[in-house]
Design a protein around this ligand. Sequence first.
Ligand SMILES: Cc1cc2nc3c(=O)[nH]c(=O)nc-3n(C[C@H](O)[C@H](O)[C@H](O)COP(=O)(O)OP(=O)(O)OC[C@H]3O[C@@H](n4cnc5c(N)ncnc54)[C@H](O)[C@@H]3O)c2cc1C
Length: 400
Amino acid sequence: MQDFDAVIVGAGAAGLFCAGIAGQRGRRVLLIDHSAKVAEKIRISGGGRANFTNRDLDPRAPQKHFVGENPNFCRSALSRYTPADFIALMDRHGIAWHEKHKGQLFCDRSADDLIQMLLRECDAGGVTRWQPCAVSTVRQGGDGAYELDTDRGPVRAPRLVVATGGLPIPQIGASDFGLRLAAQFGLRMVEPRPALVPLTFDGAAWAPYADLAGLALPVRIDTGDKKTRMAFDEDLLFTHRGLSGPAVLQISSYWRAGTPLRIDLAPTVALADELADAKRRSHKRLANELAAWVPARLADAWTAQDADWQRPVMETGDKALARLAERLQRWEITPTGTEGWRKAEVMRGGVDTRDLNQQTLESRQSGLYFIGEVVDVTGWLGGYNFQWAWASAHACAQAL
Ligand SMILES: Cc1cc2nc3c(=O)[nH]c(=O)nc-3n(C[C@H](O)[C@H](O)[C@H](O)COP(=O)(O)OP(=O)(O)OC[C@H]3O[C@@H](n4cnc5c(N)ncnc54)[C@H](O)[C@@H]3O)c2cc1C
């Protein structure tokens, strides 16, 4: 039996970061991951350049960009380790980065720079890394220490950190290890479901839009539900099975099965007024006129849905024009489902934060910690999920 001060299971964003800090604070750390490749999710993130944090995260109200049963839970960790702290670390390692849309920061070269940085931090802390290595059982010994049976023999430590992430993309190593372990020790769970995920629609209801696959346009999208209303101004992408793009990924984290979404497909114009005006001056077909405000393919598909909309705009009745404007600016549509774990970027739900300490990420089960995506804290698209991984790992490492 080998002894360590802490064993961390999961060498992804949170596990690597936590191991490096704890090691540099003098702890003897073992980091275990069942995958042969290190941090595959970082490697594929942000189109291969890792959107590693977001400058718009508000240190006074960091919970604004996070979803979960208790969005305030993440506040302590996020305000003690901010995007500026992570940027300073990147700068110390000489990793060039740039800002894109809405405060999103990406590596200039490749996500691999970020992975190598995390590995160097682990080396600086003398972290022992076993990878690939599977953990078969975890139990608590009489002295309260955790004993793990692994591919490379049994290990023991008074502290066990679970950083095994969420369920998305099982083909690159995601597993329910963390959720099962939480259940084994009697911790509560918020039901996991795919988030930041494309939404799908029924065959027949979707037929008028099926030919629009590949079309992208800026929209305003909202949940339409008065109580939990949430809206995003982002790009929408039509796919063969439904809708995707940043607008839909963002809203998917708030969408409840069976409820409709409302989409404004021409968010920057007062379409009813524009069409009424066009009727006074234009001889064009309605679809051609409409193409001044929305992509031509969309204008064609939309007007094809109603015989009243297939005439020159001048000959179209006022009511028909108003109906068209209403349909385009308050398109109400109910998804039948999501593309699931294969396509989701993150997991909503996870270990219930009521059973975790927000300062240390230690659970009600003494010596057992949960960090990163396995916890019921889900960030918006745009670097917020990595920032949660860094901040929760940092908070935990301080406590180990
Ligand atoms: C396609 C895609 C793109 C993304 N892009 C971004 C982005 O640009 N910006 C952003 O902020 N977020 C992004 N995310 C989300 C982000 O990758 C995750 O939120 C983040 O990696 C979570 O960190 P984590 O350490 O909790 O989990 P992970 O990084 O997933 O690490 C978990 C680790 O645990 C290991 N593991 C799992 N089960 C076991 C087991 N049974 N035994 C041992 N080890 C195990 C896994 O192999 C993995 O290495 C993206 C996600 C996806 C899927």
